[in-house]
Design a protein around this ligand. Structure first.
Ligand code: GRF
Length: 196
């Protein structure tokens, strides 16, 4: 039997999407395994989650490299060493450059807390509230070099309630992210393992 989809998960912070993916795998609802978790932030709480779940992990700090290309070359080398099929950006706070996107064509996805193409970039939930939208949500999309700009894979809508704050709206969107991201990975898995 062919081995299940191997994920490389890139993080910078909290790691709740990493935990959601790992939980779905542990529950037998997602046929995948986490090959490696890579953080650009040595203090990311996501690294503690990786340690608790005994997932292989690495820290690659941007400041340890003279330029973005050599930073991404190191990340690509780690992903390849772990034979990663799909790279998942789960709160990775950097725009990828041409090196990584060329190394993993159509094999990098991201989760964003807005209904793209509306509200790309930082503070998407605040942007949505400030514009007064009535339907917010989240998007899983392929990653290219444009910020939150690649083709859309899946979306979930989240109604904005009259008394929503940035915190309350973000929390409800996050719940949907935790459902949508593992689901999208599951849908991509058969195609990506076939194309190995
Ligand atoms: C999520 O809201 C995700 O959409 C955005 O960054 C946040 C990461 O959260 N790209 P976490 O680190 O997975 O908890």
């Amino acid at each position: 039997m062919a081995e299940v989809l191997c994920l490389g998960i890139l993080v910078s912070g909290r790691g709740s999407n990493l935990a959601a993916i790992a939980a779905q795998i542990e529950a037998g609802r997602l046929a995948a395994r986490v090959g490696v978790v890579i953080s650009d932030n040595p203090l990311a709480p996501a690294l503690r989650i990786a340690a608790e779940k005994r997932l292989p992990k690495a820290v690659v700090e941007r400041k340890a490299f003279p330029d973005k290309a050599s930073f991404e070359t190191e990340i690509a080398a780690i992903l390849k060493a772990h034979q990663v099929d799909l790279v998942v950006l789960a709160g990775f706070m950097r725009l990828l450059g041409p090196l990584l996107t060329a190394e993993f064509p159509d094999r990098i996805i991201n989760v964003h807390p807005a209904l793209l193409p509306a509200f790309p970039g930082l503070n998407a939930q605040k942007q949505a509230l400030d514009r007064g939208v009535k339907i917010a949500g989240c998007t899983v999309h392929f990653v290219n070099e444009i910020m939150d700009g690649g083709p859309i894979i899946a979306q979930a809508a989240v109604p904005v309630l009259p008394d929503d704050t940035e915190e309350s709206l973000s929390a409800r969107i996050l719940e949907e992210e935790h459902r949508l991201l593992p689901e999208a990975i599951g849908r991509l898995a058969p195609i990506l393992t076939l194309r190995r």
